[in-house]
Design a protein around this ligand. Structure first.
Ligand code: HEM
Length: 453
């Protein structure tokens, strides 16, 4: 089959941002469907946009001001209460949620598990998951495949293998089901809370949120305890590394509940986000056949069979595709903070209690920061990296994503392996719709035909 080339000037799918002020109920309606649809279009032109929907909020897209929020004045901008309330039932006071000293000691204890050497040691798990994906896609034959679901399967394979590898007490399917159900229900609630809506606005699903989560925690506890009594065999996974980890200053180690909460955090924070990066990268590869040919030529010249950790450094164009996918469709499309004291950002007064949002989706499409911001141009990354605070798929400052290099390595291994084996073409009329509830997903799936090459 001859693949259609990209139409000149065509743009990949995007979220229509609002061009008129929304009232409270319009905001609720719009945001229940897509959080990003409440971002004013003007946020992609101006440094700051403020409003009030219950609470006062500010969306900041000025790199200097973002630097102050995430790095220089971090004590004034802890993670928003909303984010914490939302995730606490599933992941406790783990690294993702904790503040101050309780955050610091956990971050110091977990950091070595994500060192370059350890992430590299985990690469064979990623290569094996990529190989199983190739087999599944090949089995589907000429039928179109939903690469969103396929990538969710791959990344769950990886994250469950590197957290609870070989633990009989850990039922992967049950945990996967509980986490996905939690994320989709929790997302609906968070939207309303991010907007600062009063408690009497009905929150769908609040009552049954914790059921599956309790079973999942009990299962993870059993797996942690079973492992604690055993010597690590072979390459240590994240649980072995956390069991061995300790705060370098106080020598404090994590107890069972802390280990469990952090491992579940890695699963919640790491698996869907990486699956989305891969699914969007594949959508873009099918959208732009020329870029796909270039990426395939690179992958085929480097990869023999399945990509390995050592191949990653030799796949610069594949990495550019991933960087550009993370720019256009950042899985964490916004992060939010609650201001503690009175402050100024871009000359605007920020009051204690105000919600300060970094709308990463809008930042990555800001007209003053990016040329042709809505276009897919992986080659833009050849010229070098932009201003550090103009591109934040992993956040920044001390709370920067601990799993960034893990995710980028996994994305490169899986993408290069698939590109070396298949040519991807879109299914006409089935473009995905970018929708953010908790993460930015391709709604409707990424349906592609995969032809063996
Ligand atoms: C492409 C995939 C990923 C994306 C886009 C992503 C994005 C992010 C972002 C934006 C933050 C900062 C949130 C904030 O400041 O409010 C974050 C934090 C975090 N991420 Fe990731 N992440 C990814 C993969 C992973 C993986 C694979 C893991 C673990 C295995 C992970 C674990 C964490 C943890 C534990 C934090 C909290 C760190 C702290 O507060 O000290 N993430 N991530």
């Amino acid at each position: 089959m001859t693949a259609p080339l990209t139409r000149p000037g065509a743009l990949p799918v995007q979220v229509p941002l609002v061009t008129r002020p929304l009232g409270i109920w319009d905001s609720v309606r719009a945001s229940r469907r897509n959080v990003l649809s409440i971002i004013p279009e003007i946020a992609t032109h101006q440094p700051i946009v403020s409003g009030r929907t219950g609470k006062r909020w500010h969306m900041v897209t000025d790199p200097g001001a973002i630097r102050r929020i995430l790095l220089e004045n971090i004590d004034n901008y802890p993670k928003s209460v909303v984010t914490k309330n939302l995730l606490r039932p599933a992941i406790g006071e783990s690294l993702f949620i904790a503040e101050g000293a309780h955050w610091r000691w956990q971050r110091r204890t977990a950091a070595p598990a994500f060192s370059h050497r350890n992430v590299m040691n985990l690469a064979p798990v990623m290569s094996r998951a990529a190989e199983r994906s190739v087999a599944r896609v090949a089995r589907a034959g000429p039928r179109a495949v939903d690469f969103l679901q396929e990538m969710i399967t791959v990344t769950f394979d990886v994250i469950s293998d590197v957290t609870f590898s070989g633990d009989a007490a850990f039922d992967r399917d049950a945990v996967h089901g509980a986490i996905d159900a939690y994320i989709s229900e929790a997302g609906k609630i968070s939207v309303l809370d991010v907007l600062g809506l009063p408690d009497w606005v009905p929150r769908p699903g609040r009552t049954f949120l914790t059921g599956g989560v309790d079973d999942m925690k009990a299962m993870a506890d059993r797996a942690v305890e079973a492992r604690a009594g055993r010597d690590a065999a072979g390459v240590p996974d994240l649980l072995d590394l956390l069991l061995a980890g300790e705060d370098p200053d106080t020598k404090r180690k994590m107890n069972t509940a802390e280990l469990r909460d952090n491992l579940l955090t890695f699963i919640v924070a790491g698996h869907e986000t990486t699956a989305l990066t891969l699914a969007w990268s594949l959508y873009l590869m099918a959208f732009d056949q020329q870029a796909q040919e270039r990426a395939r030529a690179e992958a085929q010249s480097v990869v023999t069979g399945v990509a390995t950790g050592a191949d990653v450094a030799r796949l610069p164009f594949v990495r550019q595709v991933v960087d550009e996918a993370l720019r256009l469709y950042p899985p964490a499309g916004m992060v939010s903070r609650t201001a503690q004291t009175e402050n100024h950002l871009c000359g605007r007064r920020i009051l204690p209690g105000d919600t300060v949002i970094v709308p990463i989706y809008a930042l990555h499409r800001h007209h003053a920061l990016w040329e042709a911001p809505h276009a897919f141009r992986p080659e833009r990354w050849e010229a070098g990296r932009p201003d550090r605070y103009a591109y934040l798929p992993f956040g920044d400052g001390p709370r920067i994503c601990i799993g960034a290099s893990f995710a980028l390595q996994e994305a490169a291994i899986v993408l290069a392996t698939l590109l070396a084996r298949f040519r991807f073409t879109p299914v006409p009329g089935r473009d995905p719709d970018p929708v953010m509830i908790l993460t930015l997903r391709p709604e409707g799936g990424v349906w592609l035909e995969a032809e063996a090459v």
